[in-house]
Design a protein around this ligand. Sequence first.
Ligand code: MG
Ligand code: MG
Ligand code: MG
Length: 307
Amino acid sequence: MAVYVIGHKSPDTDSVTAAIAFAELQKMLGVDAEPCCQGELNPETKLVLEKFGFSEPQLMTDVAGKQYMLVDHSDIKQAPDNWDQGELLAVVDHHKIGDITTPNPIFFCAMPVGCTGTVLYKLFVDLYKKEIPANVAGLMMSAILSDTVLFKSATCTPADKEAAEALAKIAGIDDMMAWGMEMAKAKSAVEGVSPRDLIFRDYKDFNMSGKNVGIGQLELVSLDLVENMLDDLYAELEKVKAEGRHSVFLMLTDIMKEGTELMAVTDDPGVIEKAFGKKLEGRSVWLPGVMSRKKQMVPPLEKAFAG
Ligand code: MG
Ligand code: MG
Ligand code: MG
């Protein structure tokens, strides 16, 4: 029976490449594992798969009656539908522990590092002592560059740099940073994409003290790229909020200036000031140094929502 390895909804490069890499590791361990993704791939992920010779994983959004493993998340809101009607066998992640529970003991490995690719590197090398195929190493290295925003994010740890450097050697990539910039440019592609698709390109729903809160993020080499789209993005955020959410945030992250213009549509604008010590100026606020949703957005917002 196949075991499906699945990353989170609104797949990013890490969630897709981690599904492929963990499935490869599982196959080495004798498991009939198949990588999956839960939605359309972003342009950066497509570029990465192409570069290292992989096709897109199959779509899988419902795991009823299936055996599966999760990578890059353990939150119900980001997991496949009917997660509780399938059998979860493993989780490999680098986020806060989510709200998924299991009736049986499972393999669960989460580390406070910048990328699931880094955790997988340690599983290959330290735990299972398996050789990482060159093309798989290329995927994992790319995921680390993507998730840590070229090692600039607050989430980046020495373990991420070490892993990326070792993986670059295995993959035969001489100039890792040049490849990272190519990826960042691909990630910045917004021309001709609908506001809705941009908001959901890298998007997560959270339950914060009983409130439905959505946070999208666009990582851009320059905010100029979206300057003429701000009205449309805001109007679309209002629609997304009207679909049953208390708040919807869109992080417009400038990876060169290293900060985020945070757009907000919320029933309680006070949470912004509570969380970040700065008031909304109109529909957004500039947060210098903020690049990570996981580490610099979610924790302060959760605190603000808790009271
Ligand atoms: Mg991710
Ligand atoms: Mg990740
Ligand atoms: Mg990310």
